[in-house]
Design a protein around this ligand. Structure first.
Ligand code: B12
Length: 476
């Protein structure tokens, strides 16, 4: 028997989509599989105790979604809590433990070492967990398990992830309690593809999902949306890195939704790259049920866009906002302020331009999380010793350790960069402002234990969190 545990208890509750897929894949492979969902438990410690008092699995899988909240200045790091969970489970069962998930896949070896788990799986979990389960039962040829991180003669070994292609996933969506997640989290997730081939210097998706875009058949995606609708789950977030990075695929998925009249019954949100996006895609997405788009806008300064290796221009930003408005799609621009080369002038150029093109809202977080293995990490390293680099911000002592929340905020923004950005925003309610240096307890646009969102969802709000927060703001 395989037991899969969701360790992400952050609120609002986000459904563990990965566990839904891998549990069903395991069941379809003939493996008896249980899910223990700590996010839906009032007392996770008691839930674990009760569960293992009556179950004796052969393998325990822990899902680890967020290594940290990627949010300066809260900088919450979740790896120590994961290590505690591993320790607790050890006292309850002798079964080996395997960790997987996006958070895991960004730091695979470090997490296996830190938590002392027997195994980890980097990348897609569906085939890998089945393969690991079978190897544990039979020959223990661990080198044959794609993406496996394991120990041999005291060394940690990392197998190459497989990034299966073409991508085909189970569509039954009944391994986790999606209706409860809709009620507590305001939305549920679905994927149309995996992987990202964009070169953005800061993003972890290349590490966790691979750089080859792997598409699902549009009919399979629509089958799954239909299954969710049968469970009355009618508000979705498409969980691709960016829905439009293969525009033909985005288009055919939408066509399939339209053909099956899913757009009349479903409301969905997604992340989009600013390009490619044209009138035809905007119109088709709208007809397919798209209610809101969060664009990876990053900046409107040509210099900063170039530094971040973004492919769009400020004119593309303006066009994206206009096309959304013309097609009844609510539009958010997500900015990323404080990266390499940012100055007060470039920040002002961006914010002033965003004000002018008038999206429904804009995220204005400050600080770029530096992930090892990204170009951002190389840029930071090339600036000299990180310990003394004034652009590097962190809340721990000692040597810089990119495993822990570590950010880049251009020193050219001065000693109180959040205040500077807030001054430029000047109270414009369309912006989710950076958290002030003086008020680190504030959450604003952080979805990590965001009470305002939790309460709104309890009261019936549904949709992407930025859209719910935007509506709350507009109501006062
Ligand atoms: C969509 C999305 C959102 C949506 C979610 C909407 C929804 N209804 O699901 C919203 C906007 C709400 C959101 C919020 C946040 N997000 Co987010 N989000 C994503 C995104 C794009 C997709 C996540 C997803 O569902 N993927 C699809 C599923 C199927 O993949 P998966 O979970 O990785 O599972 C696969 C494998 O990892 C593995 N696996 C999973 N579990 C297990 C378990 C075992 C045992 C094994 C073996 C394998 C395994 O198998 C699965 C199938 O192959 C990712 C980036 C990405 N491309 O993945 C960021 C991402 C996960 N988010 C991130 C962050 C930081 C957050 C927030 C903390 C931001 C904040 N401060 O507010 C919050 C956290 C919310 C929460 N409660 O957890 C970061 C995490 C980075 C990190 N350091 O860990 C990511 C990676 C983005 C990034 N590049 O920085 N997010």
């Amino acid at each position: 028997m395989l037991t899969l545990i969701n360790t992400n208890t952050m609120l609002p509750a986000i459904a563990p989509l990965g566990l839904d897929y891998i549990a069903t894949a395991a069941v379809q492979a003939g493996i008896e599989t249980d899910i223990v969902d700590l996010c839906l438990s009032d007392d996770p410690a008691a839930t674990l105790q009760d569960y293992f008092a009556t179950h004796n699995p052969e393998l325990v899988g822990l899902s680890f979604r967020n290594s940290d909240d990627c949010f300066w200045p809260s900088c919450q790091w979740f790896v120590p809590r994961l290590a505690e969970t591993v320790k607790t489970i050890r006292t309850l069962t002798d079964a080996p433990i395997v960790i997987g998930g996006v958070g895991f896949s960004i730091f695979p070896e470090q997490i296996v070492e830190y938590t002392n788990a027997e195994f980890g799986i980097r990348g897609d979990g569906e085939p890998a967990i089945i393969s690991l389960y079978r190897q544990l039962r039979h020959k223990k040829h661990f080198h044959q398990v794609d993406g496996l991180v394991w120990r041999s003669s005291g060394r940690i070994i990392s197998n190459r992830p497989a990034w299966p292609q073409p991508l085909s996933l189970p569509t039954s969506r009944d391994a986790i309690d999606n209706p409860t997640y809709l009620a507590r989290g305001g939305q549920c997730g679905i994927e149309t593809k995996r992987g990202c081939n964009r070169p953005c210097i800061y993003c972890a998706d290349r590490l966790a999902k691979g750089t080859t875009v792997r598409l699902r058949r549009p009919a399979e995606v629509a089958d799954e949306a239909g299954t969710l609708l049968e469970q009355e789950v009618d508000v979705l977030h498409i969980c691709d890195s960016e829905f439009n990075i293969v525009p033909e695929h985005a288009y055919t998925v939408c066509e399939e939704f339209i053909h099956r009249r899913l757009g009349d019954r479903l409301r969905w949100y997604t992340y989009l790259a600013v390009t490619p996006f044209d009138a035809q895609l905007a119109r088709t997405m709208s007809r397919a049920g798209c209610a809101g788009i969060d664009f990876t806008g990053d900046s409107a300064s040509p210099l900063i866009l170039k530094n971040l290796r973004q492919q769009h221009t400020k004119e593309d930003l303006a066009s994206a906002v206009r096309l959304c408005k013309e097609n009844g799609i609510t539009v958010m621009l997500d900015l990323l302020l404080g990266g390499p080369g940012e100055t007060a002038d470039t920040a002002k150029e961006t914010i002033d331009f965003v004000k002018k093109i008038n999206p429904d809202c804009a995220g204005a977080p400050l600080g770029v999380r530096i992930y090892p293995g990204t170009e951002m990490a190389q840029i930071a390293a090339a600036e000299g010793p990180m310990e003394t680099n004034p652009n590097i911000k962190r809340k721990y002592d000692g040597q810089v350790d990119l495993f822990r929340p570590t950010f880049y905020i251009s020193q050219a923004l001065g000693d109180r960069p959040a205040e500077l950005i807030k001054d430029i925003i000047a109270g414009d309610k369309r912006f989710f402002e950076p958290i002030s240096e003086a008020d680190t307890a504030a959450t604003d646009h952080n979805y990590n234990d965001n009470t305002e969102l939790v309460e709104a969802i309890k009261a019936g709000a549904r949709g992407a969190y930025w859209d719910i927060l935007r509506k709350i703001r507009n109501s006062y």
